[in-house]
Design a protein around this ligand. Sequence first.
Ligand SMILES: *Cc1c(COP(=O)(O)O)cnc(C)c1O
Length: 360
Amino acid sequence: MQFDVTPNPQPVDAARRREILADPGFGTHFTDHTAVVDWSWDESGGHWHSARVEAYGPIQLDPAASVLHYAQEVFEGMKAYRHADGGIYTFRPQANAARLQRSARRLALPELDEATFLASLEQLLALDHAWVPDGDGAALYLRPFMYASEAFLGVRPAHEVSYRVIASPAGNYFGGELKPVRIWVSRDYTRAAPGGTGAAKTGGNYAGSLVAQQQAADNGCAQVLFLDPLHDNAVEELGGMNVFLVTSDGRLITPALTGTILEGITRESVIQLGRDRGLEVEERRITLDEWARGVEDGTITEAFACGTAAVITPIGELVDGDTVIASAGTGEVTTSIREELLGIQTGAVQDRHGWLHRLA
Ligand SMILES: *Cc1c(COP(=O)(O)O)cnc(C)c1O
């Protein structure tokens, strides 16, 4: 699909951009442009059209737009890094394209083909490449998303949909060095149920997790661990990251994908890098009891969370009401997998699996 490009007549000036890039934080500053593709329903099912890159700015949206009422929306999250060769690369974008299609199917949204998805990123980076920071662990966070823009209060899949990509320079997600985070075990709330939308990357899952996140913060924790809503204490995932345990006999354990867990691309990559190291990977049910016992008897030596934003973060304490499950801190396996993964993404380590894709 051909993108019409209209450069922003008033881009952020270079001095201000450099100031932002020196300390970008996360998700507060945005680049000069956005890529857009619209979709309209028609007799033959619907079609994508009006692909364009235009100035970043507020969206004209009718107050009756269905996304505002019924949350028909899906999104993706990925990072672009500036490499030493001057190129700008992202990580496994084909997997993001495929997941956006799966999420869209679940939310009754139209599927965007992989070629248009990749082109939208490339077209945006062609104009906004100067926004990719080059600090340690810093990247340009890319946020593709799709929403129901049709002005209609009836409940049915929208006939007008927009797909967009925005980009936001990001520093090191949890800031500074690799320090273990405290995690709150949510006993009052779950994030997904069988047959629900847990495996789709959709805003509603996040809306439903905010009160749990608030509880976590009130208890001095950075993130929430959600449990299986049916089998009392099986571990599912954090609000936006997947979970791994490392055992003393060289196994890597992560909850199986049962439909209530988001299929992280970082998760899949960690599994591959674990196998490369000769670790035995088990995707199965893990209970909180098994976790607590394992930590106590020394068979579980490390625990970490993973996702695009923070890459890999060691889990320090797990706070379950009055019970605190401590962990070993930042272990060897966590550090080694994190270094390789981040190394591949930033271009410092050889990309053995062909995961990188050059955007600009
Ligand atoms: C995006 C997301 C993840 C992590 O997926 P990555 O592809 O590794 O970034 C994990 N859990 C949830 C709920 C998510 O939305």
